[in-house]
Write a protein of this length. Sequence first.
Length: 575
Amino acid sequence: MRYSSYFMPTYKEIPSDAEVISHQLMLRAGMIRKLTSGIYTYLPAGLRSIKKVENIIREEMNRSGAIEILMPAVQPAELWRESGRWDHYGHELLRFRDRHNHDACFGPTHEEVITDLVRREIHSYKQMPVNLYQIQTKFRDEIRPRFGLMRGREFIMKDAYSFDVDEEGADRSYEIMNETYTRIFQRCGLRFRAVEADTGAIGGSYSHEFMVLADTGEDQIMNCMECDYAANLERAEVKLPDSQPESDRNDMNPMEEVDTPDIKTVEDVTSFLSITPDELIKTLIFVVDEDVVAVMVRGDHEINEAKLKNFLGAQDVELADTDLVSETTGAPMGFAGPVGLKIKLVADNAVKEMKNFVAGGNRKDLHLKNVNLGRDFSVDRFGDLRVITPQDSCPKCSGKIQFGRGIEVGHIFKLGTKYSKSLKALFLDEQGKERPIIMGCYGIGVGRTVAAAIEQNHDKNGIIFPIPISPFEVTILPLQIHETSVAETAEKIYADLLNHDIDVLLDDRDERAGVKFNDADLIGIPVRVTVGLRGVRNDQVEVKLRAEPESIVVPINEASAIIRQKTKDLYDSLK
C-alpha cells in the first residue's frame, strides 16, 4: 500500500473529548472517527486491525470445531418476552416498532435468536454437540458511552453458542472455548488473564472474563500469588472467617443509646465514638425486586451488589431512596440499624463474629453501642456479601492476594438451561425422553480488543502495535523521495517484501523526514525501514523495531531478508 493513495488522516493534537489513551491514539492515527455519541466509523487503518483480529478469531474458532453463521441484527420482541428479558434487560436494550407496530430491538446479544434457531432444527441427541458463532455488529444503548471503542454503543462482537446433551458435555465445550480464547489472545500479542466473573444480564451458572492487563483498565481484578485463583471484584470470593468460640451473655455489655447529632458517616461516627470501623455495623436498605431488605456489613467493608443480587436470586437490586429509608427505619439516611427493624435482614459472614458493636439507632441523631447478634436482633440469612480487600487471603488456598486492573475483551458463560427451558429448546435423549438442551455462550469484543492492545502497548510517541494486529507489518520511509536512488531503493525493497507476502506501507508522500517519522511512530507499525540519501550512497538502509530504542544499519542487498526475519521473530516471540 502506498501512503500517497491511502486514506489515513492523522492528527498532531490530542482531541479534547478523548479521555483514554486508546481513544486519543486511534483518533490521532486516523483509525476511527466519531459519528455521534458512542458510534464510530472505522477508517481503513482501523478496519485493517479489526479484520486481522477477526481473522485470528475465525481461524481459532474453526480450529475448535465451531461453525460460522450470521444472524439478523433486528430481533422480534416476542423472543425476548419468551425468555423473560424484554422487561428485565434494562434501558441498554434499543427498542423500536416497525411499520406494522410490532415491537423489536437491535440485538445487544443473540441468545434468544440462536435458541429459536436451534429449537427448530435440533431434536435429537445425535445432532449434538454443536457450537455456532458469528461476527456481527451489536448495539447497547449505554447510559454514558465513553473511551472510544472501549465502551461504545455500537460495536463488533464475536458471539458463539454451544449446545450439549448433558452437563459433562457442556463442561467440555466450555473448556474448549477457554483454551480457544487463550490461543486467540496469545496470537493477538496481548498480556491477559482469565478471571472468574459474575454472569450479569446474560445469566447462567458461572463465567470467566478474559482481561487484558493494563493500568488504565476499567475493571479491578485480584489474583492469588500462590495458586491460580483469579477473579474480578464483582465475583471474588471472600474466605469465611475462622470460627470463633460463641460469646456467652457475660461477654455482652448492656446496650446503650448515644446521641450523635448530624453524625452519620462511618468516618464521622468512628471518630466521634473513638472506635475503629471494624467495631461498627453499616445497615443499608435495598429494594430487591419488589421487597425491601436490610443488608448489614462491617464498617470497614463494602457491600457487593452483584453478590447480593445472586445471593437473593433477584432480578433487580438497588439502594432505597431517602424517602423509603425514612419510611422503613423511622430515621433519615445514615441512622439505620438492625435493632427493631421489621423487614428481612441479611448480613455478611463477617457480622457473625462481631460483638458489642455500634449500629444506627433508627432515630435521627442516634446510634447504639454494645449491640449484639442474637440478644438484640436476629438475621434471616448470612452470606458472602462484601467486596474483597487486600487484607483478605485467597479463598482457595489462604495465600496472599494482589490487585490489578484489566480491560475485559472476552467473556465465556455456562448458561445451562436458562434459555432452552424458557424457549422450549428440547431434544430426545437415547431413551427417547424429552430434555432441555444445555447451553454455553462465548463473546469477544473485536474493536475493544484493538483498543485494549493500544492501552497496553504505547509510549509518548504513539501506538506500539503487536505485529499480528497492526494495520501493516512494515513501513518504508524514503526520506528524499525526489532523489532517484532513494526512490528506486525504497521501491525495490517494497516490491520484494510484497512478493514475500509482507504487509507493507510505503510512505511515498512528499513530506519532511520529521513528519514521516512522527506518523510512523504514531501509527505504531512494528518494523520501520528508513531509506535516506546518505545511507543509499553507502549501500545501506536503517531498520528499526517500533518497540526498541535502537536501530540497525543493514546492506541494501540484504535488507529484504533481514526485514522478513525481523517480522518472523516478532511473530515467534508470541508463541
